[in-house]
Design a protein around this ligand. Structure first.
Ligand SMILES: Nc1ncnc2c1ncn2[C@@H]1O[C@H](COP(=O)(O)OP(=O)(O)OP(=O)(O)O)[C@@H](O)[C@H]1O
Length: 383
């Protein structure tokens, strides 16, 4: 979708910002460009919407050489999100979001209806926020408007230059997960610049690690962490690679233990209690997670399970990362967390314990060592 062919950018003062760059971003793929300050990430990105012209080489978008495309036309097909969002201060949130469709000739009512849909999509209720002005929003909310505005003309390509760089780490993580969810729905082709390796790992289908003006490694996050191509990349991704890997390894059903399970309307005491187990998971009639029950209560109380069950705070949907699992355990001071299917309050699948978390991490590392996709390794193990 975006193809760089031997692209070099030398500025007038002789600085070579980008040196003979060749790579391709597939349709619907999100590639993060990561590297230290001044290594040429922004220059790379700005050449795609012709804010900067290459000195040598060419760039194709959807098979067409962009040098032959009118820059204004080109930019309307490419969404652009930057750190200083650049919202118009005198326009409302709704008007800001509708800017590009408006410019493209969409009637006001239709442009506003579309803008409201997009605000909803990025987690801002248009009825609450649509009529506000940018200075009546938090930093994180402004970034969301920036993303909604970039998506408004439904461009196939998005360029994002440190879009979440200016907000605090908590908001940043939230914006990242929201953006991942959004991207799984809209599947844009995205170039995403960041200097934060964690962000690059979390968001990228592939990561391009930049040295000075060159890509040192372009690979899937797990491969960059597991098998850095050069000593430079190894140093850049850091000695805590194992920890970072937690954020790229999802919880899978095979990782889970099956504890004893009781249902809300089971009478107590349970005959034989819980055997050796110290607690049981409590499910409702639809087998959705409700909470947990201790062995003492199972063996010694009257009434039903519903009278004694405790609420379960530590849970995650399957597919969440091991890092989220670890963080959830710490947050709730829990020795295990319940894992449910994707729906909120969905079906209970099993529990993840620290030992199982460690095994899952081990398997992810081994899968890379053998250079096989994880799924294949899992299938081999099962058969
Ligand atoms: N207009 C310019 N004239 C001369 N040199 C420039 C110009 N713009 C950028 N550079 C230089 O080109 C190199 C690459 O800059 P670029 O902005 O692409 O880096 P970056 O990786 O995006 O950095 P950062 O993370 O700090 O934004 C740097 O050495 C920078 O000083």
């Amino acid at each position: 979708m975006i193809r760089f062919e031997h692209v070099t950018k030398r500025y007038a003062d002789g600085t070579t910002a980008v040196d003979d760059l060749s790579f391709e971003v597939a349709e619907g793929e999100l590639v993060t460009l990561v590297g230290p300050s001044g290594c040429g990430k922004t220059t790379t990105m700005k050449m795609v919407n012709r804010l900067i012209e290459p000195t040598e080489g060419r760039i194709l978008v959807a098979g067409k050489d962009i040098a032959a495309t009118d820059p204004v036309q080109l930019r309307r097909r490419i969404g652009y999100v930057i750190q200083q969002v650049g919202l118009f201060p005198h326009k409302t949130v709704l008007e800001n979001t509708a800017t590009v469709p408006h410019l493209l000739g969409t009637k006001k009512a239709a442009a506003h209806a579309r803008a409201a849909e997009l605000l909803d999509l990025v987690g801002l209720d248009p009825r609450t926020y649509g009529d506000r002005y940018p200075d009546q929003l938090s930093g994180g909310q402004r970034q969301r408007v920036g993303v909604a505005r970039a998506l408004a003309a439904d461009p196939p390509v998005l360029l994002m230059d440190e879009p979440f760089g200016a907000v605090d780490p908590v908001v940043r993580e939230r914006l990242q997960s929201e953006f991942l969810k959004l991207q799984s729905q809209v599947r844009k082709t995205v170039l995403f610049v960041t200097h934060d390796i964690e962000e690059a790992v979390r968001l990228g289908d592939r990561i391009a690690v930049y040295g000075e003006g060159r890509i040192e490694q372009l690979d899937a996050p797990a491969a960059v962490l597991g098998a850095p191509a050069t000593p430079y990349v190894a140093e850049f991704v850091g000695s805590d690679r194992g920890l970072k890997r937690l954020s790229v390894t999802p919880i899978e059903p095979g990782d889970l233990e099956q504890p004893p399970v009781v249902h809300l309307d089971d009478p107590l005491p349970l005959a034989g209690g819980l055997g050796d187990a110290r607690w049981a998971v409590v499910l409702d009639r639809d087998d959705n997670l409700h909470g947990w029950l201790s062995a003492e209560q199972a063996a010694g109380s009257g009434g039903t399970v519903a009278d004694h069950a405790r609420r379960m705070e530590a849970w995650l949907p399957v597919g969440a990362s091991l890092k989220q699992a670890f963080a959830t355990m710490l947050q709730h001071d829990a020795g295990w967390i319940a894992v449910i299917d994707r729906e909120e309050k969905g079906r209970f699948l099993g529990v993840l314990t620290p030992a199982r978390l460690h095994e899952a991490l081990r398997r992810s590392v081994d899968a890379d060592a053998r250079a096989l996709p994880r799924t294949e390794v899992d299938i081999q193990t099962v058969s």
